[in-house]
Write a protein that binds this ligand. Structure first.
Ligand code: KG4
Ligand code: ZN
Length: 338
């Protein structure tokens, strides 16, 4: 099948995104991030939903223009069904349904988590396009999820490890909030950590058996540590911010890498990648590269633009579902959990 052109729509949280993929190659990927949540210290669902309504038409329009395609060139429209904020998802689902109906083209539902993983399979015309072969072991680390996934093919994924409490991104964001950093704190901590000493402070690391993760203990240990130090010196955070960020970041990364190594040993898989917002973290990317070199893995690190929420990953997932004829009915409703 050739000239399959998929329009992808992503609206699960606070980014409105549209992308066009033709035959597995990316033509455009537009993301409109909602800055308005910053002052509230987290995403406000009602505001996110309204902002999606304002953004969706212009974002799709720009994605089509940038891709150089007309609306009648679109073979199918893929959208995020969930998991995510229901009011946000509704905007993308409704838009996709309307377009599919108007153009009489298939509608394709996409699981946001599958899409983060399949972001590794997006190809670019002008690039080398190193893509994983199957089976592929992927560590998905985002604001809502921390999962070890064995990817058998484009359609079959096996969950072999999961967080029992907070996600890794949440650990970054919540600890960042304790230090007075804006939301999302992950990227801010990443930047500040660059000039800090990762061995400056130590926090209790969780010990969960098997391949599951836990981050709430680390968060509590961080909270008590800050409380005690602030009692002695009210300027403790201000005077030690880069060291605090570097030490916290290192604790989170070492938990992630330890479990990834364990999963690789158990499954015997050496095609290894990371996905999701936290995979944008520079120290995490570096740590994975080094671990991979040491162990002889083939390591896959997504381009920055494909780590956090984007519609290109929805479009590529939609493309593979299109090839299998996996279409959604117009009765489909968004799901907060999947
Ligand atoms: O995948 P994503 O955009 O949205 C979800 O599906 O959750 O991930 C967002 C998460 C946030 O917790 C954010 O703090 C984190 O990814 N994040 C980072 C970095 N960039 C984004 N965490 C650490 N370092 C970064 N550079
Ligand atoms: Zn996401």
């Amino acid at each position: 099948m050739e000239n399959i052109t998929i329009l992808g729509i992503e609206s699960s949280c606070d980014d409105t995104s549209a992308a066009v993929i033709r035959d597995g190659y990316l033509l455009s990927n537009l993301i409109s991030s909602q800055e308005l949540h910053r002052v509230y210290g987290g995403v406000v669902p009602e505001l996110a939903s309204r902002a999606h309504q304002i953004n969706i038409v212009p974002v799709v329009d720009r994605a089509l223009k940038e891709a150089g395609v007309e609306i009648q060139d679109i073979s199918a429209v893929a959208f995020t069904r969930g998991p995510g904020l229901i009011g946000s998802l509704l905007v993308g689902v409704s838009f996709a349904k309307g377009l599919a109906l108007a153009r009489d083209i298939p509608l394709i539902e996409v699981n946001h988590l599958h899409a983060h993983v399949l972001a590794h399979f997006i190809k670019r015309k002008d690039k080398e396009n190193r893509i994983p072969s199957f089976p592929f072991l992927c560590l998905l680390v985002s604001g809502g999820h921390t999962q070890l996934i064995v990817v058998r093919d484009y359609y079959t994924m096996e969950l072999i490890g999961n967080t029992i409490d907070d996600a890794a991104g949440e650990a970054f964001d919540k600890c960042g909030k304790l230090m007075g950093l804006p939301y999302p704190a992950g990227p801010v901590i990443d930047k500040l950590a660059a000039s800090g000493n990762k061995n400056a402070f130590r926090f209790a690391k969780p010990s969960v058996p098997g391949l599951d993760f836990s981050f709430s203990g680390l968060k509590t240990s961080f909270l008590y540590f800050l409380r005690d130090r602030l009692n002695e010196n009210p300027d403790f955070i201000k005077e030690n911010l880069p060291d605090l960020c570097a030490s916290l970041q290192d604790a989170i990364i070492s938990v992630l890498i330890t479990k990834l190594v364990k999963a690789a040993e158990i499954t015997g898989i050496e095609e290894i990648g990371i996905a999701g917002g936290v995979s944008a973290n520079s120290a995490f990317r570096q740590a994975l590269k080094e671990e991979g070199e040491k162990r002889g893995w083939n390591v896959y690190i997504p381009e920055f633009i494909f780590t956090t929420d984007n519609a290109a990953m929805i479009a590529i997932t939609g493309y593979y579902r299109y090839l299998k004829g996996e279409f959604a009915s117009h009765d489909v409703i968004p799901l907060a959990r999947m």
